[in-house]
Design a protein around this ligand. Structure first.
Ligand code: SF4
Ligand code: SF4
Length: 311
């Protein structure tokens, strides 16, 4: 099974609009929204949720007051100042220690060092992930809780769930809307993918962030393609970005011109290839033809379908 991850290095480059348009052209693919911190693919594709799962991304420590001898060792060891001496008393001590859940980072140090086994580790639900149906095919997406962490782990989970859906339905392409930036969620978006498509805008920051994400992608051993979005807004920077891509071994597969139809399509809740046959839509149709050629020559995704999602 092939997995194409669309990536940008920064937000606001038009990546999600390109993903939605490619999904419309692919006809048969499983979509994944890896931007679990601020998902937006659903705004265009209006998914109907058919399965909903909790995401457990770590744990929080909790002191059991009946066992605490108030020795204070946990308070000394906690580097996040999450432990307070104002818990309820018991038969041995007037007050016990208490952990403030919102301050606990779940490092587990206090659990390991409490000689009285008075601290338990409680798994924390950090968000939810969903399997949905859209007009462009199945889609796996997620919502991370407010201030919740482990977004990289959640990205891996939604990618694995998408592979499972694809296997069950006999679909041989997974199309991922990758996370922005170059941090943990992006690494989780790219690792083991068949192919990356960089959607870059011709600006100084676009060039800077592209250089960083290109280096990361090459390190992960994922072959890359480049398309410059709104390429005609700055033709010199477009050429510079394309030259930088070539120096990283990334193949330039197209330019998408600035086209107000892209925004009109978004406002109408449609992909640009559904709503228009203008310059941007035509460029994306050509882009898809090029992507298909490259997908045919790259290896399968190695993410693996490890998540059981029931029948
Ligand atoms: S280390 Fe254990 S016994 Fe000591 S104060 Fe903390 S919870 Fe209580
Ligand atoms: S698990 Fe770590 S962060 Fe949480 S209370 Fe214990 S020592 Fe502090």
């Amino acid at each position: 099974m092939k997995e194409l991850v669309v990536i940008s290095g920064k937000g606001g480059t038009g990546k999600t609009s390109v993903v939605a348009a490619l999904a419309g052209l692919a006809k048969k693919c499983v979509l994944v929204d890896c931007d679990v911190d601020a998902a937006d693919l659903h705004l265009i594709l209006e998914p109907r949720i058919i399965r909903r799962e909790n995401f457990t991304g770590g744990g929080k420590a909790r002191i059991m007051p009946g066992h605490c001898t108030a020795c204070g060792k946990c308070e000394e060891l906690c580097r996040f100042d999450a432990i307070w001496f104002d818990g309820p008393g018991n038969g041995r001590t007037a007050r016990t220690f208490r952990i403030e859940t919102t301050a606990c980072e779940g490092c587990g140090v206090c659990v390991d060092y409490c000689d009285d086994d008075a601290i338990e580790f409680v798994p924390a639900v950090c968000g939810q992930w969903f399997v949905s149906q859209t007009r462009c095919g199945p889609m796996v997406h997620a919502k991370l809780g407010i201030a919740a962490e482990n977004s990289g782990k959640l990205v891996t989970q939604v990618r694995q769930a998408a592979q499972e859906v694809a296997q069950r339905q006999g679909i041989n392409l997974v199309l991922c809307d990758g996370s922005p930036g170059i941090g943990c969620p992006v690494i989780a978006s790219l690792t083991g993918a068949s192919l990356a498509l960089f959607v870059v805008e011709p600006t100084v920051s676009g060039m800077h962030d592209f250089q960083r994400i290109a280096q990361l992608t090459m390190r992960l051993g994922v072959p890359g393609l480049l398309v410059v979005n709104k390429a005609d807004l700055n033709s010199q920077t477009t050429k510079d970005i394309e030259a930088a891509a070539a120096s990283h071994g990334i193949v330039v597969v197209g330019r998408i011109p600035y086209d107000r139809d892209v925004t009109r399509a978004q406002v109408a809740g449609k992909t640009v290839v559904e709503a228009s046959n203008g310059p941007a839509a035509q460029a994306i149709r050509k882009l898809w033809i090029e992507i298909k050629k490259h997908l045919a020559s790259v290896g399968d995704s190695t993410v693996g379908g490890l998540v059981r999602i029931g029948s």
